[in-house]
Design a protein around this ligand. Sequence first.
Ligand code: NAG
Ligand code: NAG
Ligand code: NAG
Ligand code: NAG
Ligand code: NAG
Ligand code: NAG
Ligand code: NAG
Ligand code: NAG
Ligand code: NAG
Ligand code: NAG
Ligand code: NAG
Ligand code: NAG
Length: 349
Amino acid sequence: MWVLFASVWVLSITAVVVETSFTTRPSNQIVIENTTVTFHCNATGDPTPKITWTKDDKILGEGNTLIFVAYRNQSGQYKCTADSGRNLTINASAFLDVQFPPSFTSEPTDQTVIEGETVTFHCDAAGNPPLEIVWIKDGRTVDQGQELSLQASRELSGKYWCSVQNGLGISVNISAQLDVQFPPTIISAPKDETIMEGASVTFHCNATGNPPARITWIKDGKTVSSGNVLTFNTSRNQSGEYWCTAENGLNSTVNASTSLDVQFPPKIISRPSNQTVLENEEVKLHCAAIGNPIPKILWIKDGITIGTGENLMLKAWRNASGTYTCMAKNLLNATEISNAHIDVQCKYK
Ligand SMILES: *[C@@H]1O[C@H](CO)[C@@H](O)[C@H](O)[C@H]1NC(C)=O
Ligand SMILES: *[C@@H]1O[C@H](CO)[C@@H](O)[C@H](O)[C@H]1NC(C)=O
Ligand SMILES: *[C@@H]1O[C@H](CO)[C@@H](O)[C@H](O)[C@H]1NC(C)=O
Ligand SMILES: *[C@@H]1O[C@H](CO)[C@@H](O)[C@H](O)[C@H]1NC(C)=O
Ligand SMILES: *[C@@H]1O[C@H](CO)[C@@H](O)[C@H](O)[C@H]1NC(C)=O
Ligand SMILES: *[C@@H]1O[C@H](CO)[C@@H](O)[C@H](O)[C@H]1NC(C)=O
Ligand SMILES: *[C@@H]1O[C@H](CO)[C@@H](O)[C@H](O)[C@H]1NC(C)=O
Ligand SMILES: *[C@@H]1O[C@H](CO)[C@@H](O)[C@H](O)[C@H]1NC(C)=O
Ligand SMILES: *[C@@H]1O[C@H](CO)[C@@H](O)[C@H](O)[C@H]1NC(C)=O
Ligand SMILES: *[C@@H]1O[C@H](CO)[C@@H](O)[C@H](O)[C@H]1NC(C)=O
Ligand SMILES: *[C@@H]1O[C@H](CO)[C@@H](O)[C@H](O)[C@H]1NC(C)=O
Ligand SMILES: *[C@@H]1O[C@H](CO)[C@@H](O)[C@H](O)[C@H]1NC(C)=O
């Protein structure tokens, strides 16, 4: 009787003591994407607990193990619930971290802007562990993060690399080109030239600008040439002002001017004529010359300079007969002469 009593008591005690408890709990795991993941969970209890796996309140499976190939969107908390059916529910959880190398989800694009404008490059990537995005130009890090914003100035043109890496030792990069356009500026203007006719003259003109500036040469409103260098063999009708004009399509044209002075020696174009005059008459001799610089005209008789200028007026004295020389000279060491003979005839002999 006592024995029976005792055993019933023992049994009832035993029934209360058999609680649901885990013998194996799932453990945290870090895996590379596309590898197979196995979570283990085992529990004792009476009745034998039923194991259920959940993530984000969604049931994934039942049983002691949960096996799957890990994809990048499967990181998170995995819960194992052991249910013995009498509201004796216990649970355990583990975290899965699915790692994968960076790959671009948004790539920067080449951009062309006018100097002064603001330009923004975008770059983004997926990856786990979290990514570090840096922007690199000419080997130097210029910024970090998904956006690179710049106030465009000419020296910022070039290649920008968006470089992404995470802790997996793999980095990826991609580049985009920035082209900052700016209007032309003349950096080397042509210099004034004075030159002898027939010699060759060369003018240089250079301008910055992006796109590169086109240079044209203009004289008297007409385009005479194009390119950085203007060179030609001079002739007297080419003296004057030459304009170097630079433009690159950005609605801003700049220019610089220079003057060319083509010098040439005197040439008499109107010669004094031989004259026979009566004594005491007024005699007028005319002589004209061209040249650059403008020639000076001298009148010479018997080795003596007797006047200057195009016209020589004189009274025909008896002794005025003779050879009159018109001499045209300019600063160049060249002269031209023309002689006229005056024969004074006496009224009374
Ligand atoms: C679960 O645990 C029980 C008791 O420890 C053991 O008998 C059983 O084999 C385990 N099952 C698995 C699948 O490990
Ligand atoms: C994970 O991504 C795959 C492929 O894109 C998709 O089929 C699946 O539904 C996603 N799962 C979750 C939990 O978002
Ligand atoms: C078990 O849970 C259900 C619903 O949660 C509840 O209605 C019931 O009273 C619980 N039973 C015991 C014995 O706690
Ligand atoms: C997991 O167990 C804890 C107690 O250990 C409980 O508070 C929680 O509600 C349970 N969660 C689920 C999803 O069963
Ligand atoms: C895993 O497989 C998917 C589909 O084939 C692929 O897109 C992804 O790049 C793979 N991940 C890794 C880390 O190789
Ligand atoms: C970008 O990656 C290539 C290899 O893919 C490497 O040669 C290059 O140096 C990298 N550039 C930068 C700026 O990281
Ligand atoms: C114009 O100037 C630039 C910058 O100084 C120089 O690189 C280039 O060679 C020059 N061009 C000419 C035709 O002189
Ligand atoms: C200038 O003249 C020289 C010879 O007189 C000739 O060889 C040369 O081609 C000429 N240059 C130009 C630009 O006309
Ligand atoms: C300048 O003179 C040269 C001859 O010396 C001639 O061939 C040319 O047509 C002239 N040009 C002008 C613009 O008068
Ligand atoms: C060029 O500039 C002028 C004056 O600065 C302006 O009136 C004109 O609209 C501009 N044209 C273009 C195409 O930008
Ligand atoms: C002027 O007179 C001189 C000497 O008498 C003569 O040689 C010359 O040919 C004359 N000139 C003209 C234009 O008649
Ligand atoms: C002109 O000639 C003089 C003497 O013959 C000489 O001393 C001078 O240097 C020359 N000038 C030029 C510009 O040729």
